[in-house]
Design a protein around this ligand. Structure first.
Ligand code: TRP
Length: 333
């Protein structure tokens, strides 16, 4: 831990396979942020079970996500990297925070309403309580900032409301976190529907490139990517969304600017262009996947990372929880 640095909190669910869009939008951010903040990064398996999971798969995905983050450069010595269920204070604080959260507020959450529509056969209490658990995650560590995408903005707002409510009833207890709205880097769109964001749960998996895709699959998906009418390879997201998306991908994965990419492909055909983009992505993924596989083969190491992460996280979490228990009048021994 570095003195004088602000505390940053983020978490990711170990559910779906991550896409190269998540890599650009989330994983790379964690890598950059760990130098400037005291970072707590959690794998949110308690959030994951609000939707029914296969137990063996959940276990595997947890380790494989951990290994992927480390392979991509998240350094467990620079930040506190841990599994949510290893720190019981998350469940404990979220129970207390439940009593400072109104049912009506939770019913109005847009993500909750979406999830109810998609999981009509399993509208469980956890699904509704999801934002309160998220508030507990963030508030336990007295987090100053939380990097959030648009989809999580409402959850951060309710976290701030709950924190302020508690602080006003008792006395200042929780740091009220600010959202860190990342400067949008290149946003990566679906290869088949280039006006839509690349998603880990798209209906057609050929439009999304997963971090786990092998070289042939990556290249095949790019070869099939939708391009636009005309034959020029120019960056023009309005009129040429397909080509523009491929140019952004190429730029992000090679470190070249979009202008450089454009001139590199001037006069070339779509076919060669798509192959080149696919190869650039495959070249970048190969060493990350190899490192991930190496880490996954070393369970002892991964377990050590998790034990150390849980120990460090618990220490901070326990301090906050004790403070809360005292304020609300829980007799302490
Ligand atoms: N709900 C977040 C997501 O699906 C994951 C998450 C859980 C989270 N707890 C958090 C994100 C705390 C930020 C802070 O993306």
């Amino acid at each position: 831990m570095k003195d004088g640095q602000k505390t940053l909190y983020s978490a990711v669910q170990p559910t779906n396979n991550l896409t190269i869009g998540n890599y650009i939008g989330a994983i790379k951010n964690w890598v950059n942020l760990q130098n400037d903040y005291n970072c707590y990064f959690a794998i949110a398996n308690m959030h994951a079970i609000t939707v029914r999971q296969n137990p063996a798969e959940l276990r595997n995905k947890t380790l494989s996500l951990l290994a992927l983050y480390i392979a991509c450069g998240v350094n467990p010595e620079k930040c506190v990297l841990y599994l949510q269920s290893h720190v019981p204070q998350h469940a404990e604080l979220s129970w207390v925070l439940n009593t400072f959260t109104y049912v009506g507020e939770m019913e109005r959450m847009t993500q909750y309403k979406d999830k109810c529509a998609r999981n009509a056969d399993n509208i469980n209490m956890g699904l509704m309580d999801y934002p309160v658990l998220m508030a507990a995650d963030i508030l336990l560590y007295q987090s100053d900032v939380v990097p959030v995408g648009l989809d999580q903005r409402q959850h951060l707002e309710i976290t701030r409301d709950i924190a302020n409510r508690f602080n006003n009833i008792y006395s200042p207890t929780f740091t009220v976190p600010e959202g860190l709205y990342m400067k949008v880097g290149a946003k990566i769109n679906d290869l088949l529907y280039p006006d839509k964001k690349m998603s880990k749960s798209a209906e057609n998996p050929n439009g999304s490139v997963f971090m786990s895709d092998d070289r042939d699959t990556v290249i095949r998906k790019f070869k099939r990517a939708v391009t636009d009418s005309g034959s020029e390879i120019i960056y023009d997201p309005v009129n040429k969304p397909g080509v523009s998306n491929l140019l952004s991908v190429y730029s992000v994965f090679t470190g070249k600017t979009v202008e450089q990419a454009q001139s590199e492909f001037a006069g070339k055909g779509y076919g060669d262009f798509k192959t080149a983009v696919g190869e650039a992505v495959a070249d970048k993924l190969a060493p990350l996947q190899a490192e991930q596989a190496k880490l996954l083969a070393d369970k002892d190491y991964l377990n050590k990372v998790l034990v150390s992460g849980a120990e460090r996280a618990s220490k901070t979490a326990l301090r906050t929880l004790n403070k809360v228990y005292k304020k609300i009048g829980f007799y302490q021994i």
